[in-house]
Design a protein around this ligand. Structure first.
Ligand SMILES: Nc1ncnc2c1ncn2[C@@H]1O[C@H](COP(=O)(O)OP(=O)(O)OP(=O)(O)O)[C@@H](O)[C@H]1O
Length: 263
């Protein structure tokens, strides 16, 4: 299997502080990774590196077989799907849900007057349908609830048929029903053998959808653990990662974590 992502000794230093500290990590084709870690651990910074938007201070980065520094990132970026808050803020609020997804096929955030191909519109409708957004096609993006917005962004990220899909906290801000709905949909995507390789950032093990295969835990920019979910998502590693005693349990194909009571 070829590597979708390979980071070797990667550091990002700002104001003399390492936000990401000598991280080595590789994602092989078909793997579905979760990045777990507390606030400020460096998760989004890692995702920004993986999406080619951030060039590290030191170390080497290879994305989809292309070495950063020696490749035209504008050719690489359409091969990477990104769904996250930073992108959501750039999308016009007055654009419809269908337009929001459709513009991704043309590498744009805004709707211009060009005519879209029917085939692209059909694809946009199909992705929105898979994410339960068929009833919202003509709704303005700015009027969507948090959950509806998150599902639209994932449909949008799929539009370019990416080889790597990056999801930044897709379940943040969702209520219990919204989270469970999203986890089910992400689970379906994660288990789809023709779906892209995936990396999802989250703070909560409850948000890990079935079908995710690997976990990278990060604390203060350093990797605490990285590898298959079954071996690495342990109480010990999670406690080290979040800095307090935690017990992680697997129930069926889902995970939960609880803090131990104070003595
Ligand atoms: N441009 C910058 N200059 C200085 N510090 C920065 C910069 N960007 C991010 N940081 C800091 O780097 C650290 C890691 O940030 P990052 O956003 O990667 O964390 P995170 O794990 O995604 O956090 P959260 O879970 O809160 O979203 C934080 O302490 C943040 O304040």
């Amino acid at each position: 299997m070829s590597d979708v992502l390979e980071l070797v000794d990667v550091s990002v230093v700002r104001d003399g502080r390492a936000l990401v500290d000598q991280v080595s990590w590789s994602v092989a084709e078909g793997e579905r990774w979760v990045i777990l870690g507390p606030n400020g651990a460096g998760k989004t910074t890692l995702l920004n590196i993986a999406s080619s938007y951030l060039f590290p201070t030191s170390g080497t980065v290879q994305i989809l077989g292309e070495k950063m520094g020696g490749v035209d990132v504008f050719e690489l970026r359409p091969r990477i799907g990104i769904a996250g808050v930073a992108l959501a803020e750039k999308l016009p609020r007055s654009q419809t849900v269908l337009e929001t997804v459709l513009t991704a096929a043309y590498g744009m955030t805004a709707h211009w007057q060009e005519s879209y191909e029917q085939v692209d519109e059909d694809r946009a409708r199909a992705f929105l349908d898979r994410l339960g957004m068929s009833d919202y096609l003509d709704r303005r993006f700015g009027t969507l609830s948090e959950g509806e917005r998150k599902r639209t962004l994932i449909a949008r990220a799929m539009m370019t048929d990416p080889e790597l899909l990056l999801l930044d906290e897709p379940a943040a801000g969702l209520d219990l029903g919204g989270r469970e709905d999203l986890v089910r949909r992400l689970g379906r995507l994660a288990r789809d053998p023709i779906a892209p390789s995936m990396v999802m950032v989250t703070h909560h093990v409850e948000e890990i959808a079935p079908g995710f295969t690997h976990v990278l835990m990060i604390r203060q920019g350093k990797v605490v653990a990285a590898g298959p979910m079954e071996t690495e998502l342990s109480s010990r590693n999670l406690s080290l990662c979040f800095g307090l005693p935690l017990v992680v349990e697997r129930r069926g194909d889902r995970w939960t974590a609880n803090g131990l009571p104070l003595k």
